[in-house]
Design a binder for this molecule. Structure first.
Ligand code: GLP
Length: 251
């Protein structure tokens, strides 16, 4: 596992964006996360697009997850969030039809999940991940199978509370179910980057890097992936036991 530690989320995100710009290949499959952590990274990708050093034209983007039953025009529907961030010529060059998200409005979400997994095929080229406070990636909550494929899951109370800030501060308005790429699906990505910022992520990041691999902390499965780079700020790394060493090897 590689690590990039910077003072601020913004500095770390700039380097994360450069990592993607450097590794991008024409027609690549880019795995995209929602939540607030990747937003500065997306801003830097848009800047790179404007400068002419990066483009997602002809590439495809694959969301990690989607709420089940959220109305099509809801601002927080992940498809709409990603469309605002990434779609269009003046954004990253990504065509709307090349943005893939699980169908949270499908009559049978279980079938939609299986179909989405089939479409992802043998994995994306680069996967961007955020980190839940409880160690989830995508929406793979504690007790998720470490080899699961895309499936319907139930959100924990913690996650609904965390995400209430996007739903008028009311956890009851956060959908209770989601379709999420499974941990096995995420692990099929060729290259993975994790963005983790702020003190609220310190405990989960400690588990991710230094804890035992366990479904109690789903992100620990990444310890088995050969190409993971963590981009973190000083607060997110505050609980790491080997911090002095990680600062030494930080890219
Ligand atoms: C949601 C998303 C995750 C994301 C997490 C953290 O639950 N499903 O993919 O990583 O939130 O969000 P944030 O970056 O806002 O802390």
């Amino acid at each position: 596992m590689k690590i990039v530690i910077r003072e601020s989320a913004d500095e770390a995100s700039k380097i994360a964006a450069q990592h993607i710009v450097d590794k991008a290949t024409p027609g690549m499959k880019l795995g995209v996360a929602t939540g607030s952590s990747p937003l500065p990274l997306y801003k830097y990708l848009r800047e790179a697009r404007a400068e002419g050093t990066f483009s997602l034209r002809g590439s495809t983007a694959w969301a990690l997850d989607e709420y089940v039953g959220i109305p099509a025009d809801h601002e927080e529907r992940y498809r709409n969030v990603l469309r605002r961030e990434l779609v269009g010529d003046d954004r990253t060059g990504l065509f709307e039809e090349d943005l893939h998200t699980p169908d949270g409005l499908a009559e049978n979400p279980h079938l939609a999940a299986a179909e989405y997994d089939r479409e992802i095929g043998d994995g994306v080229d680069i996967q961007i991940l955020g980190l839940g406070q409880n160690g989830h990636i995508g929406f793979n909550e504690p007790a998720s199978s470490l080899s699961s494929r895309t499936h319907v899951d139930v959100l924990t109370k913690t996650t609904r509370q965390d995400n209430a800030r996007f739903f008028d501060g009311n956890p009851d308005l956060v959908p209770s179910h989601c379709i999420t790429q499974g941990l096995g699906t995420i692990m099929s990505a060729k290259d993975i980057i994790v963005v983790a910022f702020g003190e609220t992520k310190a405990r989960a990041l400690k588990q991710l890097m230094e804890g035992g691999v366990s479904q109690r902390w789903p992100a620990t499965v990444l310890q088995h992936h050969p190409s993971v780079t963590i981009f973190a700020d000083k607060d997110a790394v505050s609980q790491l036991e080997l911090l002095t060493y990680y600062r030494q090897i930080s890219l």
